[in-house]
Ligand binder design. Structure first.
Ligand code: FES
Length: 176
């Protein structure tokens, strides 16, 4: 298993993924999307869509990152993200598992990872275990295709995942 630790906090310095404190490639995907839209504030919804695709949900630091990139007040970005039901904010579980369902990960068996969680733990995408410990989300290409299939456990991007590894991680959280 290869892993990259992600610090998802956003610093106050200029917000580009180059100096984002994490090495999370998903911020680079956001940069490219904002650049392609020439940082137009009107592109906010499209950029939120992309962010949800790559992160699986919209956490506060992602919303702040977008607000700074588009030079919009965070309240505006937060307002739009909460207004539309198609956007999910941070899931309610204590821990979060995001399984990438982008093409490369799908081809390498991402659907089996989800099937295992469904079969063994009865945990389905966009749901949280009844004890509130684990939320499961899906994303579309988190920028780690080279280590597909990839999953993100509490912000830690892990590659070449097998069903048993994912199950072990989630079961470990459930037993805490
Ligand atoms: S398809 Fe999963 S990381 Fe690209």
């Amino acid at each position: 298993m290869q892993s990259v630790t992600v610090n998802s906090k956003v610093s106050n310095s200029k917000q580009t993924s180059k100096n984002h404190p994490s090495s999370d490639k998903r911020f680079k995907v956001l940069d490219i999307t904002m650049k392609r839209n020439q940082y137009h504030q009107d592109a906010l919804i499209e950029i939120l869509h992309k962010a949800q695709e790559v992160f699986g949900y919209l956490e506060e630091d992602v919303l702040l990152y977008i607000a700074q990139g588009l030079k919009l007040p965070p309240s505006r970005v937060y307002g739009v993200a909460t207004f539309y039901h198609l956007f999910s904010l941070k899931p309610s579980g204590e821990h979060t598992c995001v399984v990438c369902l982008g093409t490369a990960c799908y081809v390498k068996g991402a659907a089996e990872l989800l099937a295992t969680l469904e079969k063994d733990i009865k945990l389905y995408p966009k749901e949280t275990t009844p004890d509130g410990k684990v939320s499961l989300m899906t994303a579309r290409c988190i920028g780690a295709c080279g280590i597909a299939p990839a999953a993100v456990f509490d912000g830690e991007v892990c590659g070449k995942q097998t069903s048993s590894e994912v199950l072990e991680k989630v079961n470990g959280w459930l037993q805490e």
